[in-house]
Design a protein around this ligand. Structure first.
Ligand code: ADP
Ligand code: MG
Ligand code: MG
Length: 922
């Protein structure tokens, strides 16, 4: 059977959206349901594709359209473009995927000079000329391509001449004058006029809708949304109904539930004496849907009943366009409606509760990105406030504070109780204390995976990067915008990391409706928790403000869906954390252990110097002892916070020089002292020499991770001893500490063998010294180099667990440094479309993913039951989580703020893999 070129509403249905477009398919479906839809038909996307291919309408199409219009004439009892009750039609675009405002629609097609004059004699002339001026304007814009400004100018002139504010207030004479002006302008502008043959109007409108598929803005929209250019649009032709006949007519849009809050009551806008676009273009003030109950009670009652029919039928939020013509209701469009993240959760939970959808369906109706956006505070931005500068939304949240321009000032001012915003051109490891002290970070350079972005996300700091219109002058302690504004140290600024905007002054912060409310009562076994039905903290306390009540509703919905996600999840969620408060918070938010404790993070700030001494001084036993003592305290706290749950401690990982002073800085210092004739302290040249010795051309591929054991094993030993001692101490208190040790940056089994032997020896010696018979911690390996993945079978012979470090695995597989790549080529790769997805944000399944699969297969073949985890940024990314779940990992470990997001996504991953059941109820 050949693909049809034209399908009447009575022959179509919802499942035919590929052919009829969303609009056409849903109009057919509403017709099937017996709802009051004006008659019409849809010219299929197949016809459009042929038009786009050949440049003209398919040969048979005109005949089919004529036949269909004749059928319309018969069913409506009217004649197209003729008679006292003429048939006029709308010609509407509608693709498979909704592309709001991207393509064109022409209303009131079929009206001509002769017909308008004749009708104006017989019925309300105002109505007739109103329809005609709409046709001329829409046809002129859409078919003849006249710029909108032409009509705007003409309209303003006529409105002024008649002393009224909007076209709706013009009388018949004014509207008629407007038509004349439009027509003259049209001819002057395009050399063409509105055809006086209704059929010519119809066919050229159809062509125009076809062509609008390839308008620049439609193309741009599609490339953004990933909609294929090959689909084409359908064209729906339907009988006009008139919302502009007078006070008992009007047009409106509505939703079956509130799309902003999720509230289960219908929501919408209505405008009396209006056609189509008037409702949304803001030219006149609309009234809320509820007012329709007074204006047109019958139509209102019917509308509510149809909304309910549609919602039950589609089993989802529906939005609707409708028109009331002389008190009679007509349905003009429906589709599954868009909704805010909060509304998505509230509706999904409510619909599951109502039994409209299953819990599984509810879970897949929301996603991690929506939850993520709910987890952060937002600004209440006053109307008319525009940002100082904008950049990339690198880490979501809303942070207001005083501007500072270096790490030390950030730390000092924070210590004095101030909220600070750190401005840098870009950040490096040295800025870490400053980033931690700041409420928000702004960098002029860098992308979404720059140092600032990654660190800020990891620690839940708000961050905006890549603010190209900003020059940060660290020396002058100020930042200047290209438009000449200056932010000085101490000035108040507000940073919106969700939108990527920086404002002058301190804006009011609206807290997240859910963050802080997620802690579960029984976090040791989240799979069994039933938090969905637990009462919400504040509600019982008599908080009555609207916002708080709604926040409570959102929170309850989130908890319900998270509880279901926990029940369905095949993969556990752990957290990357180094401090006890972080660990405790993450545990309360549902983390089932620490998947990555970065020991180098425990050596930040003032402690950095201890490492420097161990490396540079030959007699630094006191520094080493101090490192061990500090680590012992840290581990005791951490293991206590995660009692009964695994804590994976990764041995020191970064290149050593990150702990050392910058040789260039030292050289400059020496040169400066020499130049001024000052005495150069003895230690300085030797320090300079030592730091030069440690400098590497390519630190990312240099002396780090397991390789450190060859030069400074004592640093590693200190951590192992501290960990074993901490565990022994807690066990003596009757607790159940579960430390594990992970070896980073292994590429060959021999490295792992040596490291493992060393670690076990130190651990056993420590236990002996303590007089304890606790077994040594489990030793596992981090898979973050391609060779480790490829030789996973060898590694699994020794490693008791694997953890995929997908950040470094991505860097080393692609051969791209994440920190350097952002500023330069990776950004242009992204903007030019060469690399549509940032592999540091969403796991590259084809390459890095293949290595993960290989390592899983080979590792498990060598050691059945091998425990597999994932740490790294990707463990918090929804799309990556779905992929990793499919690979068969046991857990993902993400940064603390992302724990709830990951919980939701691992549950969704299972449901999506098994296929959502629509019938199986709770
Ligand atoms: P969009 O996709 O931009 O919403 P539509 O094709 O839905 O464009 O039409 C634009 C406006 O015209 C809508 O408000 C719609 O309800 C109205 N409209 C479309 N067809 C008719 C018709 N046959 N009678 C009355 N109003 C119509
Ligand atoms: Mg519409
Ligand atoms: Mg690494």
């Amino acid at each position: 059977m050949t693909t049809p070129l034209l399908v009447p509403f009575s022959h179509g249905e919802r499942g035919m959206a590929d052919l009829l477009g969303g609009k056409g398919a849903n109009l057919a479906e509403m017709t099937r349901l017996g709802l009051p839809v004006p008659h019409g038909f849809t010219i299929t996307t197949e016809a459009c594709r042929e038009y786009l291919r050949t440049g003209h309408r398919p040969e048979e199409l005109d005949g089919l359209v004529r036949g269909a219009v004749v059928a319309l004439e018969r069913s409506t009892g009217r004649t197209f473009g003729e008679g006292d009750q003429p048939l006029l039609v709308s010609v509407r675009s509608g693709a498979r995927f909704s592309m709001p405002g991207m393509m064109e629609t022409v209303l009131d097609v079929g009206l001509t000079d002769a017909l308008a004059e004749r009708l104006a004699q017989r019925q309300d002339p105002r109505f007739v000329w109103d329809c005609y001026r709409r046709l001329v304007e829409m046809y002129g814009r859409t078919v003849l391509g006249a710029p909108a400004t032409v009509f705007d100018t003409m309209r303003s002139e006529v409105l002024a001449a008649h002393d009224v504010a909007s076209a709706a207030e013009l009388d018949a004479t004014g509207l008629r004058a407007l038509v004349r002006r439009y027509r003259r302008a049209l001819v002057a502008e395009t050399g063409e006029d509105l055809p006086q043959d209704p059929w010519a109007q119809l066919t050229s409108s159809i062509d125009a809708v076809f062509s609008s598929w390839n308008s620049p803005r439609a193309r741009l929209y599609r490339s953004h949304e990933g909609i294929p250019d090959t689909l084409g649009t359908a064209v729906t032709v339907m009988q006009m109904v008139y919302g502009n006949t007078g006070p008992h007519s009007g047009s409106g849009v509505c939703f079956s539930r509130n799309p902003a809050t999720g509230d289960a009551a219908p929501y919408g806008d209505y405008l009396t004496d209006a056609q189509g676009e008037d409702v949304v273009n803001g030219s006149r003030a609309t009234v809320p849907l509820a007012r329709l109950a007074d204006l047109e009670p019958t139509a209102h009652r019917e509308l509510l009943s149809h909304l309910s029919t549609l919602e039950k039928h589609y089993r989802d939020l529906c939005d609707v366009e409708f028109t009331v013509e002389d008190s009679r209701l007509w349905m003009l469009q429906t589709r599954v409606g868009k909704r805010s993240p909060a509304a998505a959760f509230v509706m999904a939970a409510d619909m599951a509760e109502e039994g409209l959808i299953t819990e599984d369906e509810a879970l897949v109706r929301v996603d991690g990105n929506q939850l993520e956006s709910l987890l952060h505070a937002r600004f209440d931005v006053p109307e008319g406030t525009s940002p100082l500068v904008t950049g990339l939304p690198a880490s979501p949240g809303a942070g207001a504070g005083t501007a500072v321009f270096d790490s030390a000032t950030a730390v000092a001012r924070r210590a004095a109780g101030e909220d600070v915003v750190l401005f840098r051109t870009e950040t490096s490891a040295e800025d870490l204390p400053g980033i931690l002290a700041a409420i928000a970070v702004v960098t002029a350079r860098g992308g979404l995976a720059s140092h600032a972005a990654v660190v800020a996300r990891g620690f839940g700091r708000t961050c905006v990067t890549g603010v190209s219109d900003l020059v940060v002058d660290e020396d002058a302690r100020e930042a200047r915008t290209t438009s000449g504004q200056v932010v000085r140290e101490g000035d108040l600024v507000s940073v919106d990391g969700t939108a990527g905007a920086v404002y002058a002054g301190a804006l009011a912060v609206r807290p997240s409706p859910v963050a802080g409310g997620l802690p579960t009562s029984d976090t040791t076994s989240p799979a069994l928790s039933t938090t969905g039905t637990a009462p919400v903290g504040d509600e019982g306390a008599g908080t009555t403000s609207q916002a708080t009540t709604h926040d409570g509703v959102v929170l309850r919905a989130v908890r319900r869906l998270l509880a279901h996600a926990d029940q369905r999840a095949a993969v556990k969620v752990r957290v990357n954390a180094e401090t006890a408060p972080e660990a405790a918070e993450a545990r309360a938010a549902g983390a089932t252990g620490i998947g990555l404790c970065r020991t180098e993070h425990m050596l930040l700030g003032e402690r950095r110097e201890l490492v420097e001494r161990v490396v540079l001084d030959s007699h630094a036993d006191d520094a080493l002892a101090r490192i061990e003592a500090l680590a012992l305290d840290d581990f005791v706290d951490l293991l206590r916070a995660m009692d009964g749950l695994p804590v994976v401690v990764r041995l020191l990982d970064p290149p050593l020089h990150e702990f050392l002073p910058d040789p260039t800085d030292l050289a400059v210092e020496v040169a400066r002292l020499e130049a001024t004739g000052a005495v150069v302290p003895d230690a300085l040249p030797s320090r300079l020499e030592a730091t030069r010795r440690w400098a590497e051309a390519n630190p990312m591929l240099g002396l780090r991770g397991v390789r450190l054991l060859t030069v400074h094993p004592e640093l590693v030993d200190a951590h192992v001893r501290a960990l074993v001692t901490a565990a022994t101490r807690l066990a003596a208190e009757g607790l159940d500490p579960r430390p594990e040790v992970m070896v980073p940056l292994v590429s060959d089994v021999a490295e792992l063998a040596a490291a493992r032997e060393h670690i076990l020896e130190v651990a056993e010696q420590t236990s002996r010294d303590l007089g304890s018979d606790r077994p040594a911690p489990r030793v596992g390996v981090m898979i973050e180099l391609p060779r480790a993945a490829l030789t996973a079978d060898d590694l699994a012979g020794l490693a008791e667990f694997f953890s995929f470090g997908t950040n470094d695995l991505t860097q080393t597989t692609w051969g791209m440094s994440r920190d350097d790549a952002q500023a330069s080529f990776l950004t242009s790769y992204a903007t030019s479309g060469l690399l549509p997805e940032d592999p540091f944000v969403t796991l590259d399944q084809r390459g890095v993913g293949e290595l993960v699969r290989i390592a899983v297969d080979r590792g498990r073949a060598a050691r059945p039951g091998l425990e597999l985890g994932v740490c790294g940024e990707h463990a918090g990314d929804p799309a990556s989580i779905r992929f990793l779940t499919g690979c068969g990992v046991d857990y993902v470990s993400c940064s603390p703020p992302r724990v709830p997001v990951a919980r939701l996504e691992v549950g969704r991953a299972t449901v999506l893999q098994e296929g959502v059941s629509a019938s199986d109820s709770r």
